[in-house]
Design a protein around this ligand. Structure first.
Ligand code: ZN
Length: 409
């Protein structure tokens, strides 16, 4: 079979353009000559491809750089404001949204409580303390309306740019399939919600949906405590517990994208029943919910109140947070023995209690892991605080845009 030479050349050009763009993204500021050195492409090819990228508004020239003598080279930069992306962290009882530029710089942000649906609220399973407080919304439709209005507000904040809004990324507290359908979100009590399809139809933009812990792991790997660290396990401790696994700097998603449901590790053989159908799951003992359930006996109703009391050295509260830290450490010890990671990053809302959690988590991990595994392993708290997932979700939208550009779509 004969391959048409024109098609072949077009393909080679696409591949080379992708290589040049990658070089600019990773190493900017750099000169055309440096790109040529880095990529092995000849200077004429590099010049022509760089010109294409400048014409497509993806690359900018930024004045002369350092010269080893002779004429100073013009340095190239990635055009971070070529477009913007929306990131959303859909929590069990809140929506957090951000508009970022193509380099992940935050342009606008908003946060809202999810309104409850009183009719459904009455019929709730009341084992979940946060649900008892009536903060949750069980009705996916209503939540998606709120989500949509948040996205609209963020899109309005975007400055004019050549590519406009390049995409929307959403992190959700549940199991998501390849088509962006939420199969099951136990703490929201959602099943089979076609979120990606609905948002794509509504906005006409590429939409990426992933589990919030995966999004958080991406956020920390790209912009936070995990920068440059190859093997990291991100433990998202909020109402429930989820984990995002980064191996060799890549998110590990498993065969169907369902990896990381470690909040449902069994840690008590005959423990409390969980909304997943199992008993004694880790998140029933080590999450914000577990903390609030026990704190209600002391008369506290929110994490914020508890943090205030701990800061004032309320011994009962400090002891309670430590006890949660002990459970948290027990689960982390299992993870460390399985994955032998460089770091475990504790993120999401409970990372705000880092000061009191850390000694207890560290002690439990020291006590329960194999000595070889903990030798080089560090426990860190999320650098992006509550924003790991929303920043990671926005990054999904940006990276989807880049993979499209690179594959010439
Ligand atoms: Zn469970």
């Amino acid at each position: 079979m004969k391959i048409k030479p024109t098609g072949d050349l077009a393909l080679i050009k696409k591949i080379n353009t992708a290589i040049v763009l990658e070089a600019v993204l990773k190493h900017a500021p750099l000169s055309r000559a440096q790109i040529s050195e880095l990529t092995g492409l000849n200077k004429a090819t590099v010049s022509s491809l760089v010109q294409d990228l400048i014409d497509s508004h993806l690359v900018l020239e930024n004045g002369p750089g350092q010269s080893s003598g002779g004429r100073k080279p013009v340095m190239l930069l990635f055009n971070g404001t070529a477009g913007y992306a929306v990131g959303i962290d859909l929590g069990v009882n809140y929506i957090r949204g951000m508009l970022v530029d193509m380099e992940g710089n935050v342009i606008a942000e908003l946060q809202r409580g999810l309104k409850q649906n009183s009719e459904q609220q009455r019929g709730l399973d009341l084992q979940n303390a946060e649900l008892q407080r009536g903060l949750n919304l069980q009705n996916a439709e209503q939540a998606i309306d709120q989500l949509t209005s948040c996205i609209e507000l963020l899109i309005k904040e975007a400055p004019n740019s050549p590519y406009g809004i390049v995409g929307i990324g959403v992190g959700v507290p549940g199991i998501v399939d390849d088509n962006g359908t939420i199969l099951f979100a136990p703490n929201l009590k959602w099943r089979q919600v076609e979120l990606q399809k609905q948002l794509e139809e509504r906005f006409g933009l590429p939409v990426t949906i992933d589990n919030e812990a995966n999004a958080g792991a991406q956020g920390e790997q790209k912009y936070g405590a995990g920068r440059g660290i190859p093997n990291q396990i991100y433990v998202s401790v909020g109402i429930g517990i989820g984990t995002g696994i980064i191996l060799n700097k890549e998110l590990y998603k498993g065969t169907s994208g369902f990896s990381g449901e470690l909040g449902h590790l069994s840690i008590e053989y005959d423990g409390k029943p969980c909304s997943c159908g199992n008993r004694g799951c880790w998140e029933l003992y080590a999450s914000e919910n577990a903390l609030l359930e026990r704190a209600s006996l002391l008369g506290y109703e929110s994490l914020e109140e508890l943090l205030e009391a701990a800061a004032e050295d309320d011994e009962r509260v400090v002891a309670l947070i430590r006890s949660i830290g002990d459970y948290l450490g027990a689960g982390i010890a299992n993870i460390v023995n399985v994955f032998n990671p460089d770091v475990v990053i504790i993120g999401n809302r409970m990372s705000r209690a880092a000061q009191w959690l850390e000694p207890a988590v560290q002690a439990a991990v020291d006590q329960r892991t194999l000595p070889y595994h903990r030798e080089r392993m560090r426990i860190l708290f999320a650098e992006l605080k509550d924003q790991s997932a929303v920043r990671g979700a926005a990054y999904y939208a940006i990276s989807t845009f880049f993979s499209k550009i690179k594959s010439g779509q």
